[in-house]
Design a protein around this ligand. Structure first.
Ligand code: RIB
Length: 303
């Protein structure tokens, strides 16, 4: 089983020529509404790439249309929603600007995501075959608790430290790494965590050896790099594509890595799998719109 403990959002997306800076107003022709949230995106990405019945999501939504529709969307994509709880706070909502180069800027109104607690995952769900997937859009103490219980039960933990909280402490970063088998971050997040822990921003190899955790850094069109606890480095390239929307590419990568780990693939294969899936996810609008099914990966030629 792959268990995603994380966020569910509805994404409200405006396509703009240039993303607004502080004090600016920019106009968009209209807006699009998509299913999102890093947790939900990772769950959907993993479900589309794995055998039926593999995915379970633990999350909170509000008692509103966004929550009902998002939960139904997970179900349609093959994600079990038995651990999705309805609470009295509105469903999470993300306000996303996508510019002419398909880059994005995101503000998340957390809402119901803030109500998710460690108690939402019963111990009985955590077993030796469990792969737990975490991000940083739900309360950190709850994620840490579920991570530790998963490892006590013999399961493995993939933690996507995104976004890195501005006030994250060294103790929190250390605890996160100690509770993880694999950390996945982009280049900015990698530098932020390294600096929090007093490691040089570009020395992710040291972060991996110091914490005894495999650290994977995603680098968009340049691919991904994995640094293992025993000092090895593994890389994969990203297939060349012309992106329509890069929102959710990182989530697709994480979902694919979870599937590869669950299936027992070697790290190098997992990285290639993740890069192919992430590239394909950029070819349609919305975080989940382009997430590929398994067969689609066979036709991609890695450059
Ligand atoms: O990673 C992309 C996601 O971040 C979006 O779907 C949005 O909901 C935010 O959580």
């Amino acid at each position: 089983m792959i268990l995603v403990f994380g966020s569910i959002n509805v994404d409200l997306v405006a396509r703009v020529a240039t993303i607004a800076g502080p004090g600016m107003t920019v106009l968009a022709r209209s807006h699009e509404q998509h299913f999102g949230g890093k947790g939900a995106n990772q769950a959907v990405a993993a479900a589309r790439l794995s055998a039926p019945g593999t995915l379970v999501m633990a999350a909170c939504v509000g008692a509103d249309a966004f929550g009902r529709d998002s939960t139904e969307n997970l179900g349609r994509n093959g994600v079990s929603t038995e651990l999705v709880r309805v609470c009295d706070t509105p469903t999470g909502c993300a306000f996303i600007s996508v510019d002419a180069q398909a880059e994005n800027a995101i503000t998340v109104a957390s809402g119901a995501n803030g109500a998710l607690s460690a108690g939402d995952v019963p111990d009985a769900m955590l077993r030796s075959g469990t792969v737990l997937v975490l991000q940083m859009e739900v309360p950190f103490p709850a994620s840490l608790d579920v991570a530790r219980r998963t490892r006590q039960a013999g399961g493995r933990v993939i933690w996507n430290c995104a976004p890195v909280p501005p006030a994250m402490t060294g103790d929190e970063a250390t605890a996160l790494l100690e509770a993880s088998d694999i950390l996945v971050v982009n280049e900015h997040e990698a530098s932020d965590i390294a600096l929090i822990l007093g490691v040089a921003a570009d020395d992710i190899a040291q972060l991996a050896t110091r914490s005894a955790t495999t650290c994977i850094v995603t680098a968009g069109a340049r691919g991904a790099f994995a640094y293992t606890a025993d000092g090895q480095v593994c890389t994969a390239t990203t297939p060349a594509i012309v992106p329509v929307d890069t929102t959710g590419a990182g989530d697709t990568f994480v979902g694919a890595i979870a599937v590869a780990l669950h299936e027992g693939s070697p790290l190098a294969d997992a990285l290639r799998f993740g890069c192919k899936a992430a590239a394909l996810s950029c070819l349609s609008a919305g975080a989940q719109g382009g997430m590929p099914v398994r067969d689609a990966l066979h036709v991609v030629r890695a450059l």
